[in-house]
Design a protein around this ligand. Structure first.
Ligand code: PLP
Length: 486
């Protein structure tokens, strides 16, 4: 039970129970029977299953109430770093719900699926243009699966050349999924320390690059929100020794229409459509992590490939002997891809560029307006996100976790904390381009107020959140042994 003040000012107790079943309730009505009653076939008689008994209104109220307890992009600023929680225009929902798209069966022969195939084909072409790469596979269902597919493709390419390299370079500012993806492909990640400016130094790469290294996985912008300005030089060093350059492009929200990784020497990269290209995400919902490659890697992409026949029709090509195989059923998460297509079509080249410019402007605005109260480890222009630490608050025994939890009381989703790992006590803020200046100011004022509280009344932060439905949770236990009903 938790005490709540209702809109009338009355305090009432609200039961925090999930189990709302009451014996005898029912949420459906069957038409009157107009055939004779018949016994159940053998094997089906016996006890009825123990299902919840609820009326329709019980169910609607339960789920509506739960949705209102939830924090979402549709209710507040959601500056979760590295996740690009931007607003998703409703237009894309209308497009994906068009009957011809919603009802298209994935097993339709290509001749009867020209519309959906055209959308997939165009999305591949758009993404190739945006990244400066030659070919795209839309199959991977997430960023991490895009990485895995990319490294499988690189490994197959090297094997075809008769090489079995065993290592891969991964800078300390890469996303955590990078070394995991490489390791899953049997490559041993070799860490490379970033320089004092927070970016890769060519000399550090030169020192570890040899003929046993398959390549490098660079997150750009990196997890400090900084542009890897030496990437072109780094790519030359890696290519010189026969390696390939993989770019984790999950955070393209800073770069769309501004710089193309293909022009910087990148051989393969993935994008996160569910971040940059405006598909709702969170809670592990469906995503899409297309893999974009240069022409020499194209034969190794997953099958089937969408190909244009001389008469202009589209077809599926399964005859790719060098392919690494399928990584997803059919063509990937079609609904997510359609939303990305609608986003790209409605924004246009100019609009995409403007979105990235505003995302970068907003992050720099937040950085400049908070750096006198929160410690900024790398005081230089950032891209789509800025990384602070809790160093100024630690003497008052206030940590990044306390600051994040207190933000909930102010009505905001917390930023990412304790990531990237290269910064102690990190608070990683990604405002995105869809926040207005007024909304950013509200968020900044909340963090400034929290910094003042940390000085004057640190206990407030230790106790936070007090306005939320739940206080601090054991998040590890919640993930490992979830209790879904009570
Ligand atoms: C989000 C993210 C990933 C992982 O993407 P998923 O879709 O969650 O698998 C990888 N790299 C970077 C830089 C990211 O921000």
């Amino acid at each position: 039970m938790t005490a709540r003040v209702g809109t009338t000012g009355l305090v009432f107790e609200e039961p925090l129970i999930w189990e709302r079943s009451r014996s005898g309730r029912t949420g459906f009505s069957m038409p009157r029977r107009d055939v004779p009653e018949a016994p159940l076939p053998p094997g089906l008689e016996g006890e009825a299953p123990d299902l919840p008994e609820l009326t329709e209104v019980d169910v609607v109220r339960h789920f509506t109430r739960l949705s209102q307890w939830n924090v979402s992009v549709d209710t507040t600023t959601y500056p979760l770093g590295s996740c690009t929680m931007k607003y998703n225009p409703r237009l894309h929902e209308a497009v994906v719900a068009l009957e011809g798209l919603r009802t298209a069966h994935p097993l339709l022969p290509p001749a009867l699926a020209q519309g959906p195939l055209r959308i997939l084909w165009e999305t591949e072409r758009f993404l190739a243009e945006i990244t400066g790469m030659d070919a795209v596979s839309l199959q991977p269902a997430a960023g991490a699966q895009g990485e895995l597919t990319g490294i499988l493709v690189i490994r197959a390419f090297l094997a075809r050349r008769g090489e079995r390299r065993t290592k891969i370079l991964v800078p300390d500012t890469a996303h955590g999924t990078n070394p995991a993806s490489a390791a899953l492909c049997g490559l041993r990640p070799v860490p490379v320390a970033s320089g004092p400016g927070g970016v890769l130094e060519p000399a550090a790469v030169e020192a570890v690059m040899d003929e046993d290294v398959a390549g490098i996985m660079v997150t750009n912008p990196n997890t400090l929100g900084l542009f890897e300005e030496n990437l072109k030089e780094v790519a030359e060093i890696v290519h010189e020794k026969g390696g390939l350059v993989y770019c984790d492009g999950a955070n393209l929200n800073a770069l769309m229409g501004v710089v193309r990784m293909g022009d910087l020497g990148v051989d393969a990269m993935h994008l996160n459509l569910h971040k940059t290209f405006s598909a709702p995400h969170g809670g592990g919902g469906p995503g899409s992590g297309p893999l974009c490659v240069r022409a020499p890697l194209e034969p190794f992409l997953p099958v089937p490939r969408i190909v244009e026949r001389p008469d202009g029709s589209l077809d599926l090509d399964h005859d790719r002997p060098l392919s690494v195989g399928r990584v997803h059923a059919f063509y990937g998460n079609f609904g997510v891809i359609v939303r990305a297509w609608a986003y790209i079509r409605s924004m246009g080249a100019e609009g995409l560029r403007r979105a990235s410019e505003l995302a970068v402007l907003n992050a720099n605005y937040v950085k400049e307006r908070l750096k006198d109260v929160l410690h900024l480890p790398y005081d230089r222009p950032c891209l789509h996100e800025c990384v602070f630490t809790d160093r100024n608050q630690i003497p008052r025994k206030v940590t990044a976790l306390d600051i994040a939890k207190r933000l909930i009381d102010y009505g905001y989703h917390p930023p990412t904390i304790y990531f990237p790992l290269v910064v102690r006590g990190a608070l990683m803020i990604e405002p995105t381009e869809t926040e207005s200046k007024a909304d950013l100011d509200g968020f900044i004022e909340a963090l400034r107020a929290i910094a003042a509280e940390a000085e004057a009344e640190p206990q407030l932060l230790h106790d936070a959140p007090v306005q939320a439905k739940r206080r601090r949770l054991d998040e590890a236990a919640a993930a490992r042994s979830p209790c879904l009903t009570g």
